[in-house]
Structure formats: C-alpha cells, structure tokens
Design a protein around this ligand. Structure first.
Ligand SMILES: [Zn+2]
Length: 500
C-alpha cells in the first residue's frame, strides 16, 4: 500500500462510517419523532444489522492495518489526517481491551436498565433500579480498568467526556462555583421576589411553533439544513454530516418559555455542528469536539444571550406580535425579570441559570464517591437528598424528583454531568473575549446574530473536532480557563436583577 492509497482509503473508510451512522441516526430519529408506536421491533432489527456491520467496518482487520500503516507515517500526514487516525485508533484500541462477551453483556444490560429506570421513575421505586445501577457503576469501574489500567476510574471517565479533565481540576472548578453561587443564592432568596405574571396564560401550540421558526431564523439556523420537530425530551442530532441537522422541542400550552429556551439551547448545539468547515464532512472531525464545548455553545445562546436584558428588548415585541392578548400591559423589563427568576428547585432540567450548576455539583460529588467506593449505590438516594439540602436548601420529597430524575446513569454515562457546568463557565469567557470586537448588546437588541455567529464560527465552530477541547478553548478565549469570569458574570447579573 502506498501512502497515497492509504490516504484515499482513510477517506473512503470515514465516508462509509458516516453512511452507516446516517442510516442509524435517521432510524433513531424516526423512532422518537414520527414513527407509529408498533414499529420499534422492525426498526430494532434493521438497526441491529447495521450496527454489526458498522462495528465490523470500524474494528476489522483491514481497518486496523490501514490505521496502523498511517500511524507509522504520521509525520507525512497533515494535521487533520493525524487527528483522524488518532481518534479512529483510540476507539479501536479501547474496543480491543474490553473482552467482547463482557461488552455485549453490558450493552444488553443497558437496554434493560433504561427500561427499569423508566418504570422505577414512574413508580417512584428506587429499589427496582438499584441492581442495574450497581452494575452500571461496577462496569464503569471495570471498563476503565481495562482501558486505562492504573488510572483512577473516575478520572478515566471524566477525560472520556472532556479530554483533559480529571478529579483534581473538577474539584477546584466546583469549589470555586460553590464558594460564589451558594452565598449569592442565599441573598437572592432573602430579597423581594420577581413577578412572573407575564409568563402565565394559555399559549396555543400553533403560535409557539411560529415562535420557534421565528427564533431559528433570527439565530441564523439555515432552514434548508436544520429541521425542527417535537419529542418528549428536546435534543439535537446530526444526520450523516453537519449538512443535515435536526433539533426537537416540547410544547406546553401553559408555559411558552419552556419550548422557547429549548429551541434556543438546541439551536446553539445545531449552530455549532453546522458551523464545521465543509471539508470536514464525512470524517470523524465533523461536528463538535466535546460535551463541554458543545454545552458552552448551547448554554451560551440559551442564557448568556437568550436571557440577557438586551435580547429581551428584541424578544418582547416579537412575543407581543405572536401573543398579543397575553402580552398586553407588559413590557421588556418585566419579561427580563420573569425569565431570570432564580430559586432553589428539585429538577435540574428546569433549573434557572443561577442554580443550575449546583444541581450538576450534586451529581458530580455522588458519582465521585460511588466510583471511589466511598458510597454504596444503596445509599445514593439518602446522599442525594442530603446534598440537595446542603447546596440548594430544598427537601427532596421522593426519588422520582430526586435520584431517579436523570436518564444519564441508566444509559451507562458516568462522568458526563460536569460538562454541563464546564460549558456554562466556558461560555462566559467566550463572551468576554467576543465583546472586545463585537457589539454583542447592539446585535441582540436588533435581533442580528450575524456578527456573533461569525465570531463563533471563526474561533470555534469551523474546527469541528480537530483540536483538543482545552486547546480550542484557549485559542478562542485568548487566556487560560478561569471560572471566576463566570461567577463574576453571575454575581453582576443577579445582584442587579434582585437589587442586592
Ligand atoms: Zn445541551
């Protein structure tokens, strides 16, 4: 094999992988959106066949030989090819370290665990889910041991979701957040509360749908490449490449803000993915690099921009046009205050900007303790409730609204949560840097996201997964990561909102 042939084969390999992922992604998307209820088994059959083919393609002898050949000629490859080979090989080497039978048993267990979690949550029955959760944490420890012997298993998983993250860094990060957010929240709770009357009323789905389309347009999401539909839980997915992006939302007719911010959040993910340079399409570098950077974009549009005073000046007249009766007698200032009401609560996904990271912190502390063997899965509910009292000051009435609320653990994801909080903090530093060259508030007041998107595209989106998240962050922010930029932002915003 010549190097030129190998480079061509690398391209063809990734095109094939993208095609399988495209088909699998579309099948999944159909399953959670339009598909008739009785079609799951039919879809499962096809997905099983395609997954097996994809697995063979990704880890087969020919592929391994190709990648090892290219790895030996690393010095002659360009930067993008080097990263492609690294990522593809990393995946194969990990798969090779986990015994096949254990991997298959784990995958099967996860399907059952997700089912058990749904029922356990519905019935408020933690003991039903407990044996699965035991196995999920046990497998997380075991697989980390196979893939990175000698490394702390929780460090292994933190690094899987955010390359470069470990417990030491996460501890320091969360300690900073906690030292600022907990006392700030106490002051907010003691202050006179904001009026949320503007958010109450009946908001028909058809009008909310019109609002979603309007927002997507304002955000600069290309309607020829980004689709919207409804699902139980909002999400974003790329189909085949960044040229076909789908976002979803969920409409509640008594609460327009829920879907409004789902659309902006998922729209932020979609902007990031679709902003990949076109040359990255059908390669493993297409789309966002890590969960932390991804959340830095979604939460950037949702909170730093979407819940800002300047954006409310643009948003209120739009709302008044779409919901004239409901908005009558209100104004942009009331909207801004109502959309930023901060209060301790039970559910992470409904939490406001100020308390959100405290919810994440609870999960981080618990995962860390279970992975270290300091906390038994059996004692998780009690520990959960204790930390909610300590960090947020709330009493958790039942496990349904406590330890059973998130789907991440049931899907086998341990170490995922910190990326939500990291993303929030990354975003604050991006905004600080962006303000040096872009009149962000002026853009938001006019509903002109062009210059904001251009900055993000130039500094973040275009690179896809080419750079490690830490490097990409520093390139864009122009300085090392410093979570006090985020806590300063929160202190300034909420002190002003609550007259502290
Ligand atoms: Zn997100």
């Amino acid at each position: 094999m010549t190097l030129e042939e190998a480079r061509n084969n690398l391209k063809t390999l990734q095109e094939k992988m993208s095609a399988y992922e495209h088909a699998l992604g579309l099948l999944y998307y159909d399953g959670v959106t339009g598909a008739p209820k009785g079609t799951a088994a039919n879809r499962g059959q096809t997905m099983g066949v395609l997954s097996e083919e994809l697995y063979k393609l990704t880890t087969g002898r020919e592929t391994v030989e190709l990648l090892e050949f290219l790895d030996q000629h690393k010095a002659e490859l360009d930067e993008k090819e080097q990263r492609m080979v690294f990522l593809l090989l990393k995946n194969i080497r990990q798969m090779q370290k986990i015994p096949m039978d254990e991997y298959i048993a784990h995958e099967k267990m996860i399907v059952e665990a997700e089912d058990a979690w749904h029922t356990a949550k519905e019935e408020n029955n933690f003991p039903l889910f407990e044996p699965y959760l035991e196995r999920i944490f046990a497998d997380a420890r075991k697989f980390a041991g196979y893939c990175a012997p000698g490394k702390d298993p929780y460090d292994y998983w933190l690094n899987e979701f955010e390359e470069g993250l470990n417990k030491e860094r996460a501890d320091e990060f969360f300690a900073t957040l906690r030292a600022h957010i907990v006392p700030l929240l106490q002051k907010v709770c003691a202050a006179p509360q904001v009026d949320t009357a503007i958010l109450k009323g009946h908001f028909p789905e058809a009008q909310q749908d019109a609002l979603s389309r309007r927002l997507m347009n304002v955000m600069g999401l290309d309607p020829l490449h980004v689709g919207l539909s409804t699902t139980e839980h909002p999400f974003t997915t790329s189909l085949g490449s960044h040229l076909d992006e789908r976002i979803t939302t969920h409409y509640y007719e008594d609460d327009f803000a829920s879907s409004l911010y789902s659309v902006i959040h998922e729209g932020g993910h979609a902007l990031y993915d679709t902003g990949s340079d076109d040359s990255l399409a059908y390669t493993v570098l297409d789309g966002g690099v890590s969960m932390g950077i991804h959340e830095s974009q979604s939460r950037f549009y949702e909170n730093l921009l979407g819940r800002s005073r300047a954006f409310c000046d643009y948003l209120f007249p739009v709302l008044a046009e779409i919901f004239p009766e409901q908005m009558a007698g209100h104004n942009a200032e009331e909207l801004y205050k109502a959309l930023n009401k901060a209060e301790p609560s039970l559910i992470r996904t409904e939490a406001d900007e100020l308390t959100y990271c405290l919810h994440v912190m609870v999960r981080y502390e618990l995962e860390k303790a279970v992975m270290a063997g300091r906390l038994a899965v059996h004692d998780l509910p009690a520990a959960w409730n204790r930390l909610y009292k300590e960090y947020l000051g709330v009493d958790v009435p039942d496990d349904r609204r406590g330890v059973l609320q998130d789907s991440h653990w049931s899907g086998g994801a341990v170490g995922y949560f910190p990326s939500y909080a990291l993303g929030s903090a990354y975003g604050a530093q991006f905004l600080k840097k962006m303000r040096e060259s872009v009149d962000v508030n002026g853009c938001l007041r006019r509903g002109d996201f062009g210059p904001i998107n251009d900055w993000n595209r130039q500094h973040i989106w275009q690179y896809g997964s080419l750079y490690l998240p830490g490097r990409l962050f520093e390139m864009a922010a122009g300085e090392p990561f410093d979570p006090t930029v985020y806590t300063d932002y929160l202190e300034e915003k909420f002190s002003d909102l609550y007259g502290l």
